[in-house]
Design a protein around this ligand. Structure first.
Ligand SMILES: *Cc1c(COP(=O)(O)O)cnc(C)c1O
Length: 405
């Protein structure tokens, strides 16, 4: 039996896995101690729990426990990594390289540093969201301290070749930071294999609680340090002060342990469901896949339905199915997604896109229902669309001069 509404927006946040909640509850009620209280059992219990979680998290990405700095989420991790490196390595240089399709937490942090004197290079992407590795190599100078490139994109799912990016970055003596929020727990990440120096990720996108994340900071080959962005008690080896969110951290640890055990099976099942969704929706006339079909997150697809407005399309079924559209509501205007624009999509295709992101609790029945509903809505909206009618009559819409409005 289908239960409504159906959730296909797992790239925005995931529901918690019940096993994660079960692990957390005792740390709200019985074991509520402050992990920094060194002189009684309440503190020791909390510290033990944090240590265990650190191990579970470290195992998922193949680092050591000491390399995990707890944060409030990926936004904080992105800020701490980029601002922290900018401050710590100021004597070496002031140049940072990033990409136009990064998350706002990275782009706006870079913009902030630009005002303080940083030099930022924003690399463009091709129509599938890939960067040009030669362009990256040529952009690195002796003033470059950091390359900040996400592991996988949150809107279109394109996975960047992080290992190759790391090789290029290190050859020129810079550090590599990756925002792995969408990739962690979904596809294999190994900071040693991949050559990552810093990496941000968050629990609530991998079936853990909201408000807790981690920044991995390499301690060997080379030893990396970031300047704290918050002053206080000197927690987390001085890099991030503040009383630890013990229940959240316990949940994050459990979420990583589950991901470690179930990631491959989840990815296999979800990529099959995603492919079913893709095949059906891309068989509709004038529908286009956004992103890199061959290097893409297994649980996500982003499709443009030309001559249909994405927000309108979503409204046709969003009482029953939750997805994301390619337009972000900023104040009063509907701006098309800057990520899709960076891929070179025109306003028409960017405005007509939907992101479907599946998760551990998505079922085939839900996908079948979604295919049926989206297909129906696309047909219905096109029937009412003068643009669609003109397209069907063979009129080349690009040659039409529109009256000003
Ligand atoms: C969700 C997301 C973030 C923000 O994570 P929070 O934990 O919500 O702060 C950052 N980067 C990417 C790529 C994301 O998808």
């Amino acid at each position: 039996m289908l239960k409504f509404p159906i959730y296909l927006d797992n790239s925005a946040t995931t529901p918690m896995d019940p096993r994660v909640l079960d692990a957390m509850v005792p740390y709200y009620l019985d074991h509520f101690g402050n992990a920094a209280s060194r002189n009684h059992p309440f503190g020791w219990e909390a510290e033990d729990a944090v240590d265990k979680a650190r191990e579970q998290i470290a195992k998922l990405i193949n680092c050591t426990e000491k390399e995990i700095i707890f944060t409030s989420g990926a936004t904080e991790g992105d800020n701490l990594a980029i601002k922290g490196i900018y401050d710590m390595y100021a004597r070496k240089g002031n140049h940072i390289i990033t990409v136009t399709t990064e998350h706002k937490a990275v782009l706006d942090t870079c913009k902030h540093l630009e005002k303080l004197g940083a030099q930022i290079t924003y690399l463009g992407v091709d129509s599938e969201g890939n960067i040009d590795l030669n362009e990256l190599e040529n952009a690195i100078t002796d003033k470059t301290i950091l390359v900040a490139i996400m592991y996988a994109n949150n809107e279109v799912g394109t996975i960047h070749p992080i290992k190759k990016i790391a090789e290029i970055t290190h050859k020129k003596g810079a550090l590599l930071f990756t925002d792995a929020t969408q990739a962690a727990g979904k596809i294999s990440i190994d900071v040693e294999r991949d050559g990552i120096d810093l990496m941000a990720f968050t629990a609530h996108k991998m079936y853990g609680p909201k408000g807790v994340g981690a920044l991995y900071v390499r301690r060997k080959n080379p030893r990396v340090k970031v300047t704290a962005q918050m002053d206080g008690g000197g927690h987390e080896r001085g890099m991030r002060s503040g009383t630890l969110n013990v229940p959240g951290i316990v949940g994050f640890g459990k979420a990583c342990e589950i991901a470690m055990n179930e990631m491959d099976a989840d990815a296999e099942r979800l990529s099959k469901l995603r492919d079913k969704l893709d095949t059906a929706l891309l068989s509709l006339e004038e529908s286009y896949l956004n992103g890199n079909k061959n290097s893409r997150l297994p649980q996500l697809t982003n499709i443009s339905f030309k001559y249909v407005e994405g927000e309108g399309l979503m409204m046709a079924f969003n009482q029953n199915i939750a997805v994301s559209s390619g337009s972000a509501c900023t104040s009063a205007s509907l701006e098309p997604s800057y990520v899709l624009k960076a891929l070179g999509l025109g306003d028409d295709l960017a405005h007509s896109s939907l992101r479907f992101s599946l998760g551990r609790f998505s079922t085939e029945e839900q996908v079948d229902y979604t295919i049926e509903q989206v297909t129906k809505a696309v047909h219905k909206l096109r029937e009412m669309s003068p643009l669609w009618e003109m397209f069907k009559e063979g009129i080349d819409l690009s040659t039409i001069e529109w009256a000003a409005h």
